[in-house]
Design a protein around this ligand. Structure first.
Ligand code: PGA
Length: 276
């Protein structure tokens, strides 16, 4: 299955240090956008919460989408949850998307399937799209548990699909608001990457599993599955050429406009050669 439009998404994590640096980075991205967009490739940046409003004003009238890095699990709107931002608040600050389940959240904040399910529900209730991250650790990879681990993490999506199927607001809508990012934990920020054959096999498995969850209706057949973990301007083309890789979730290399857009161009070129 070939998705017509790729996604290249920059997860800025706890960077850059200042609002001024955010401004400069966004100016640099906007200046480099050929004719305002990258053909056949959607782009998105995900700054930290306090930088969302400034990023939103810069990106208005550009093709670059805006996402948030996290939302509160316990309330979709307001409440007594010190330190948290809700789905409604990040949406009000300009985000249309949110990352849920990033391995750093799972590892450092102990986020498990129950918490992630709550976050997904909150995001969808506020019309935010979700980039849901999954991935195995090095020990799990070494003991060949990858697919098992991913299926356990994807059980959250199974719940969401069944909840949505029973609402009028169903899967067709979900397909437009859900992106899966496969990020092996051992590949994040390490410079180590799995082979493209491994990623292809894993992505095909993820798509198959989601297809089974969605059942006969088939609305999630075109679900976008991104690869993340040490993607950079030099290796992006290799992943982009794999049919089952619909884009990339990029950390370090997204903090430089040139390398971020070089990755988007690599996916754009791969899509263009598929179209011909
Ligand atoms: P990286 O991070 O590109 O720096 O490896 C990816 C991510 O954490 O999403």
């Amino acid at each position: 299955m070939n998705i017509m439009q790729a996604w290249v998404i920059g997860n800025w994590k706890q960077q850059p240090a200042t609002l001024q640096a955010v401004d400069e980075l966004l100016d640099s991205v906007i200046k480099r956008l050929p004719n305002g967009d990258v053909p056949l490739c959607n782009t998105m940046v995900i700054p930290c919460h306090v930088h969302l409003p400034a990023a939103n004003s810069k990106l208005t009238n550009t093709s670059v989408a805006l996402g948030a890095q996290d939302i509160c699990a316990f309330s979709a709107e307001t409440g007594a949850f010190t330190g948290d931002c809700s789905a409604a608040q990040v949406r009000d600050a300009g985000a249309d998307w949110v990352l849920v389940g990033h391995s750093e959240r799972r590892q450092y904040y102990g986020e498990d399937n129950d918490i992630l399910l709550k976050k997904l529900r909150n995001a969808l209730s506020q019309q935010l799209g979700v980039i849901f991250c999954i991935g195995e650790t090095k020990a799990q990879y070494d003991s060949e548990q990858t697919l098992q681990v991913l299926e356990d993490q994807l059980s959250v999506i199974q719940r969401i699909i069944s909840e949505h199927a029973s609402e009028s607001n169903n899967e067709a809508n979900l397909a437009e608001r859900l992106i899966i990012a496969y990020e092996p934990v051992w590949a994040i920020g390490t410079g180590k990457v799995p082979t493209v054959e491994e990623v292809t096999a894993t992505h095909s498995h993820i798509k198959q599993v989601i297809k089974q969850y969605a059942g006969a209706a088939g609305e999630l057949d075109n679900l976008c599955v991104l690869y993340g973990g040490s993607v950079n301007a030099d290796n992006a083309a290799i992943f982009a050429q794999a049919d089952s890789v619909d884009g990339a979730l990029v950390g370090g290399a997204s903090l430089n406009a040139e390398s971020f857009l070089a990755i988007a161009e690599a996916f754009s070129a791969a899509k263009a050669s598929n179209v011909q």
